[in-house]
Write a protein that binds this ligand. Structure first.
Ligand code: CP
Length: 332
């Protein structure tokens, strides 16, 4: 990919992802999706959840459709859950092995996309390290193809945002009076930029972004949130605490970044520190976790942690998104 190719702005993305009638054509960002759309997606996802031990939900909503997973960055959770979601909805699912694909021989990303389009792939799930790639592709595909953003640089990870919202709603019942605290590498996190925007649209009570100064966001990035550098202050009375991974692959300059021991001592989430939050506060982490750096291992495995629930909810959310875009493909 030529880094100069993607030139989408948020406004382009927000308008590009909706059809003229307001239905979802692509999923590129949670910014610009209204309250009703978010609630509908969470309700649909909820309908795909089954109790632990029961068989997973299935339908034939995507029968005859083909979903292509194109992960140009590593992934475990997102890739596996899109794979399972597509299959449980009856789609054919292609997991392109990027490391042995012709992109390694210099093929452009659009030529890769046009190749898969010619093979009748209807929905392409894209993860890429460069900002703007999912929208750039969405702008160039034909009418009968949908693009789903599966993680874009430090910009956006909309299905992670949706699964976080679903997990919070299932534990807390709603968002109005909640205090949600994100802890860690806010500056380089695409997860926080999706989950926080979704929380804002759903009317969350209060949002705190807790990090060392070198990992804090610009003040105009998420202006509706409070930036805090003291962990104890940020955790006080929180209902939801989400630890974030240090995104080493996106940190160019390590100046001001604490070493691992110092980081855990100052910003690591532990049982002891969670005593500052509400007694029924939940602990979240989008994964992959670095135990002993951003979160104490025993806390991650405790009853207070909903980390594995987040993963399970991810399959349901991706089924809801796939089903919704396939519905609008049916109209074209
Ligand atoms: N949370 C998340 O995106 O995890 P993966 O990188 O494993 O997909």
């Amino acid at each position: 990919m030529n880094a100069a190719e993607p030139d989408q702005t948020f406004e382009d993305e927000a308008s590009l992802q909706l059809n003229d009638d307001g239905s979802l054509r692509h999923l590129l960002t949670l910014k610009g999706l209204d309250h009703a759309m978010l609630v509908d997606l969470l309700d649909d996802a909820e309908s795909y959840l089954t109790p632990a031990g029961a068989l997973p939900a299935r339908s034939d909503a995507l029968a005859g459709r083909t979903v292509a997973n194109l992960f140009f960055e590593p992934s475990t959770r997102t890739r596996a859950s899109f794979d399972l979601a597509g299959k449980r909805l009856g789609a054919d699912v292609l997991n392109l092995d990027v490391n042995t694909s012709s992109r390694k021989k210099g093929e452009s990303i659009l030529d890769t996309i046009y190749t898969l389009e010619a093979m009748r792939c209807d929905i392409m799930v894209v993860r890429d390290a460069s900002a703007g790639v999912p929208a750039y592709i969405a702008k160039h595909v034909r009418d009968h193809v949908s693009i789903l953003n599966a993680g874009e640089s430090d910009v956006s990870h909309p299905t992670q945002g949706l699964l976080d919202l679903l997990t919070i709603r299932r534990h807390k019942g709603g968002f109005d009076n909640l205090t949600v605290a994100f802890v860690g590498d806010i500056r380089h996190s695409r997860v926080v930029r999706s989950t926080a925007w979704g929380l804002r649209t759903l009317g969350v009570g209060s949002l705190r972004l807790i990090s060392p100064a070198a990992m804090a966001p610009d003040s105009d990035d998420m202006p509706f949130a409070t930036i805090v550098d003291n962990l104890e202050e940020g955790l006080a009375g929180a209902d939801v605490v989400m630890a974030l991974r240090i995104q080493r692959e996106r940190i160019g300059n390590l100046d001001g970044i604490p070493n691992i021991d110092e980081y855990f001592a100052r910003y690591g989430i532990s049982h002891e520190r969670m005593k500052l939050a509400q007694p029924d506060a939940i602990v979240m982490h989008p994964g992959p976790m670095n135990r002993g750096i951003e979160i104490e291992g025993a806390l991650a495995d405790s009853a207070q942690s909903v980390v594995t629930e987040q993963v399970g909810n991810g399959v349901a959310v991706r089924m809801a998104v796939l089903e919704r875009v396939a519905r609008s493909l049916g109209n074209r």
